[in-house]
Design a protein around this ligand. Structure first.
Ligand code: CO
Length: 167
C-alpha cells in the first residue's frame, strides 16, 4: 500500500505532468494505486495523492447504491469536455481526512483519455462517475475539492483543516 499525502503537502498543489511512457513502472503504480484506494475505502485516487505528479487516476464507484458491482477504471492524460447539467454530491477526499462538503459539479461529461497501454479512449459519464472523474481530474490541476466551495464555506472548512493538522 502506498502512503496517501495529506493537505497541506505541496505535491497536492502542483499541476501534474502528462504521462509519456506507458511502461511496466506505470502499470505497477496503477496497480498499487488501486490497492491503496480499496484499502482506504475511497472511490478514487489520483497519482499526485501518492506523491507522483503525473496525469493519472483510478476510480471505482462500485459498492454504492448507484453501482453495486466493483469496476475499476484507469484514466491517463484525461481531457474533460461537454459538461452538461448540475449535480451536488457530499464529497470527501483521502487527502483531506475528516472533511465532507457538498460540491456542485457537472452532471454529465465526456472524457477523452488513454488507457495503461497508451490507447486512446473516450467515455461519457454521468452522475457519481462524472463527479468522481471531475474530483480526480482536479487533483491533476493541483485543486482540492474544498476549493470548489463558496467563499464562506471555504473559510469554515479551512479553519477545520488547520485545526485538524495542528493536533
Ligand atoms: Co480527492
Amino acid at each position: 500500500m502506498l502512503e496517501i499525502l495529506k493537505y497541506p503537502n505541496p505535491v497536492l498543489k502542483k499541476v501534474a505532468s502528462p504521462v509519456t511512457d506507458f511502461n511496466p513502472e506505470l502499470h505497477e503504480l496503477l496497480d498499487q494505486m488501486a490497492v491503496t484506494m480499496y484499502e482506504a475505502n475511497g472511490v478514487g485516487l489520483a497519482a499526485p495523492q501518492v506523491g507522483k505528479s503525473i496525469r493519472a487516476f483510478v476510480i471505482d464507484i462500485g459498492g454504492t447504491e448507484e453501482q453495486p458491482e466493483k469496476h475499476l477504471f484507469e484514466f491517463i492524460n484525461p481531457k474533460l469536455s461537454n459538461g452538461k447539467g448540475k449535480i451536488a454530491f457530499e464529497e470527501g477526499c483521502l487527502s483531506v481526512p475528516g472533511i465532507t462538503e457538498e460540491v456542485s459539479r457537472k452532471k454529465e461529461i465526456v472524457v477523452e483519455y488513454q488507457d495503461r497501454f497508451g490507447n486512446n479512449q473516450m467515455m461519457e459519464a454521468v452522475d457519481l462517475l462524472a463527479v468522481a472523474i471531475q474530483h480526480e481530474n482536479d487533483h491533476l490541476e493541483g485543486v482540492l475539492f474544498v476549493e470548489r466551495l463558496s467563499p464562506l464555506k471555504r473559510r469554515l472548512v479551512r479553519r477545520k483543516m488547520e485545526k485538524a493538522i495542528t493536533l
